[in-house]
Design a protein. Structure first.
Ligand code: SF4
Length: 482
């Protein structure tokens, strides 16, 4: 039997019901103090708000002295309390979140997806991740995993959170078939154009389409993925990655236009999500250099034959190390030259270590000074190189953004902030989807703006690494209360 992924639909409906309930509780609390909390099942909070809220009125009735400073102050305090209890009902019961969720740029519900993983419920675990971010597999490969630095399971031994959602993603993607599916909510009668088919654009499209919005994605390249397409294949299984991109664009109300460059806003849309990234390579002047000069994206897209060649990579971000590691694999001798100090290298530490262990040389405190023929001169020395690849960063195309701006445009992802990590861009895109939905009057449907927590089960099922590693989350030293 064909297996399809639809666990996010069930979870979305549950979260949406909670959202509707909170909205109803808010309205009840406006009718009578504390009623909203009672409706939510928080009896003691409801009774406390009712008593404290009504007492001043009763007091005024008893004293019966009309308006004076004392009674005005009392009424003002009561008004404040009335507002606070209404806000409390709107927010619902709160909880103390875990350090890993707090540190994840997208606030992924780590304890929730781990609790499902611990029970071997792969589909539910994958869906729990999707509440705050799509792409458990891709991010499980490419995220710098700041969450692990604060994991409190054991000192010096964080849980392998990133590897866990990668493996959950691998399991799910290898067993499901991606088929067209209907949105989670009835058609909303609204249409949104998403300009840019990278991870940020797909994130916004996924969440908006899930709530019944008609979405059209415009991508200038011949395939979706944006910068993902420049990741070397030793870092990502592209077959699975493509399947994951397909999964998140599989709603029947998403239309994808490939090979279409949009420089001005298309007509007949209610809103525009501009997720064109930051892919303009910063300029670098190699005057006097007579070897091959390649920009990093050109290099990563079509790497030349490099056996026995010498390659200089200038810069120390993730892209610089992607270039260096790929060049090394192609048989080159590779030097990464960076003008800053070792501590300020921007690439993920694991990447730097992997590159060095593969034979890449890293030189810090080396500022580029110029070139004479094939000789490149740096502040720390000079040498001959066959290829020069300056990976000195990316910029936003301001002219393009200007042409796509309007009162209904939402600039998001790296286009809004400049180059960041994939998870940061995805997180911003989800927040943009919330803002767009609110603007279109669909805020109540935003299941992806809800908090999600699930009690940790006791004991682990036997499903190998996923279940046993996830079960360690039970022993988190940090309290996570619902
Ligand atoms: S996306 Fe990154 S930061 Fe968030 S939970 Fe996964 S590894 Fe951690």
């Amino acid at each position: 039997m064909v297996k399809v992924f639809d666990a996010d639909r069930k979870l979305a409906r549950v979260l949406w019901k909670g959202r509707v309930k909170r909205a109803r509780a808010f309205r009840l609390s406006l009718l009578f103090p504390g009623l909203g909390q009672v409706y939510q099942g928080r009896l003691s909070a409801g009774v406390a708000f009712s008593v404290i809220g009504l007492f001043p009125l009763y007091y005024l009735y008893l004293v019966g002295k009309g308006l004076n400073y004392g009674t005005v102050t009392l009424l003002a305090a009561q008004g404040l309390l009335y507002g606070l209890q209404a806000l409390d009902a709107k927010r619902g019961a709160s909880r103390e979140t875990s350090p890993c969720e707090d540190r994840c740029p997208a606030s992924v519900a780590v304890p929730a997806f781990l609790s499902f993983a611990q029970e071997g419920k792969i589909h539910e675990s994958y869906a729990a991740f999707c509440v705050k971010s799509p792409f458990p597999y891709i991010l499980g490969r490419l995220c710098p995993a700041p969450c692990e630095s604060v994991c409190g399971v054991l000192p010096g031994r964080p849980l392998k959170i990133k590897e866990l959602h990668r493996r959950v993603g691998e399991r799910l993607l290898s067993e499901v078939e991606v088929v067209k599916r209907s949105p989670f909510f009835p058609p909303a009668g609204r249409k949104v154009a998403v300009i840019g088919g990278g991870l940020a654009g797909i994130t916004a499209a996924y969440y908006l389409a899930s709530i019944g919005v008609e979405v059209e994605i415009f991508e200038k390249e011949e395939q979706l993925g944006g910068l993902l397409n420049y990741i070397p294949d030793f870092k990502l299984d592209f077959e699975l990655a493509r399947k994951e991109l397909k999964l998140f664009t599989s709603f029947e109300n998403i239309k994808v236009h490939l090979g279409v460059e949009v420089r001005s806003l298309p007509e007949n849309f209610d809103a525009y999500v501009v997720a064109v990234g930051a892919q303009v390579e910063k300029s670098f002047n190699p005057a006097g250099y007579t070897g091959f000069f390649l920009t990093p994206l050109k290099f990563l897209r079509e790497p030349p034959k490099l056996k026995g060649k010498r390659v200089a990579v200038v810069g120390a971000g993730d892209t610089a190390f992607d270039v260096a590691r790929l060049a090394r694999r192609l048989g080159a001798e590779v030097d990464v030259l960076y003008r800053g100090r070792r501590e300020s290298v921007k690439a993920q530490e694991a990447e730097v270590r992997a590159a060095i262990s593969e034979g890449v040389n890293l030189y810090t405190g080396c500022e580029f000074k110029g070139a004479e023929g094939k000789r490149l001169i740096f502040s720390c020395g000079s040498s001959d190189y066959d290829y020069l690849v300056p990976a000195v960063g990316f910029e936003v195309d301001r002219e393009l953004i200007g042409g796509l701006s309007s009162e209904n445009s939402f600039i998001t992802g790296d286009a809004a902030t400049g180059m960041t990590t994939f998870i940061e861009a995805v997180s911003r895109a989800r927040q943009t989807a919330v803002a767009v939905a609110q603007k279109l009057g669909l805020g109540l449907r935003c299941w992806f703006d809800e908090d999600f927590y699930r009690e940790k089960p006791k004991g682990a099922k036997s499903c190998g690494f996923i279940c046993s590693e996830a079960s360690l989350c039970e022993h988190c030293g940090q309290s996570v209360r619902s």
